[in-house]
Write a protein that binds this ligand. Structure first.
Ligand SMILES: Cc1ncc(COP(=O)(O)O)c(C=O)c1O
Length: 412
């Protein structure tokens, strides 16, 4: 991405006159409002990881002192994650990230045979880590029901209940959507899953560390989270598995993680995840006050200065994400133009960008194709400042004015 921006700037340099100093200044002042795609790793997180790449390199399964030190670090991290989730340490399984956790949860329940059946209920707005896993499961004999959402972006628990069959073995509904930030009524859905003795999974990749999660309130049997969304390293995550849940491991080849996920533990990354979880727990109040305040400021300034803006989805919403559609705008073109001016945002999830398919999430909410195509996602974090927010609005306003002038499209 770095190189991509420089290349475009250099190209632009030839044609429209950015000087070298302007290029450097854009690079230095870039504003990152794409924290749902990934976050900047905290310096404290990196510091905590470094010894485990160097002197403390042991295998956490080894019996000697090197192994014991690594084991101690992994268990400390497990404690921090358990504290963040309000869970027991024995319920925490380290994985390679949110995608693996989602895969492991779905396959792990489907193959466990904890009750007869092959039917899974999910929603139309899940992350591809769920939707594509459901497609694989269908090829393996599962039947999947995809529950719709309403125009506010919420799943109706009664629609989930209506989808339940004798053969239902799992309900999986994401905790908050990665494109809109809309929070789903998980407690209600979990309660009805419990009444029918069906296991419940939630993808909490966007919510863990953003809003308080108390597993006993949420009540789910399985939950996925990822470190890189909370200023931790990429390629490490967690699958929470409630005590007593029948689960067949997705990864086999050793007795690691209490036989629930085989493979030598990625000690430095797990340590980084532990530190990130500890920091996220400490910063929860700030997320729900300062970051939420920044998002409000951003959104209301945009609504004040830019005409033809629509907010996609309704509260309850995460404190750091908003999704807006702008009349007479091509979202993809806007992302590139904004990037040139030093503002990093996205049109939807990082996994979907690069494909020209319109957002399946906004489409499921019933938005017209032109409204879907003109949407941008803005996602904030602790590192953002009021000054950045105000500058982001200015950049957005001037880029949009320019793009709208150029737009020959007839928007209905
Ligand atoms: C809701 C959701 N689930 C799953 C994932 C995948 O997580 P990871 O990148 O750790 O594999 C993401 C990442 O964007 C996400 O937003």
């Amino acid at each position: 991405m770095h190189r991509y921006v420089i290349l475009i700037c250099v190209k632009k340099n030839a044609s429209s006159g950015y000087g070298q100093s302007e290029i450097i200044s854009i690079m230095e002042q870039r504003i990152y409002l794409d924290n749902s795609a990934t976050t900047r790793m905290d310096a404290t997180v990196l510091e905590s990881m470094l010894p485990y790449f160097r002197e403390d390199f042991g295998n956490a399964s080894s019996v000697h002192i090197f192994g014991q030190e690594a084991r101690g670090a992994v268990e400390n991290a497990r404690r921090s994650v358990a504290d963040l989730l309000g869970a027991d340490t024995k319920e925490i399984v380290f994985t390679s990230g949110g995608t693996e956790s989602d895969n492991a949860a779905l396959w792990g329940v489907f193959r466990s045979g904890y009750r007869p059946g092959n039917h899974i209920i999910t929603t139309k707005i899940e992350h591809p880590a769920i939707l594509e896993t459901c497609s694989s499961l269908e090829r393996a004999g599962a039947e999947i029901s995809y529950v719709p959402v309403d125009s506010t972006g919420r799943v109706d628990p009664s629609a989930v209940e209506d989808a339940i069959r004798e053969s239902t073995v799992l309900i999986t509904v994401m905790h908050a959507n990665n494109e809109t930030g809309i929070i789903q009524p998980i407690e209600e859905i979990t309660a009805l899953a419990g009444r029918h003795n069906i296991l419940m999974h939630t993808d909490a990749v966007q919510t863990a560390g953003k809003i308080p999660l108390a597993m006993h309130n949420l009540g789910v049997d399985l939950l996925s989270m990822s470190a890189h969304k909370i200023h931790g390293p990429k390629g490490v995550g967690v699958l929470y598995i409630r005590k007593g849940t029948k689960f067949t491991p997705f990864m086999t080849g050793g007795s690691h993680e209490r036989k629930r996920r085989a493979g030598t533990e990625n000690v430095p990354s797990i340590v980084g995840l532990g530190t990130a979880a500890r920091l996220a727990l400490q910063r929860l109040p700030e997320m729900n006050s300062r970051v939420a305040g920044l998002l409000d400021r951003f959104q209301s300034k945009i609504l004040d200065v830019i005409p033809g803006v629509r907010i996609n989805g309704h509260a309850p919403r995460l404190p750091n994400i908003t999704n807006l559609s702008f009349e007479r705008l091509e979202g993809e073109a806007a992302v590139i133009a904004l990037d040139l001016e030093g503002l990093a945002v996205s049109t939807g999830s990082a996994c979907a960008s690069g494909s020209l398919d319109p957002s399946h999430v906004l489409t499921a909410m019933g938005l017209r194709p032109d409204v879907v195509q003109s949407s941008l996602r803005f996602s904030l974090c602790y590192h953002n400042t009021e000054e950045e927010i105000d500058r982001a609005v200015q950049i957005l306003e001037s880029v949009l004015r320019r793009l709208r002038k150029l737009s020959k499209k007839n928007w209905g």
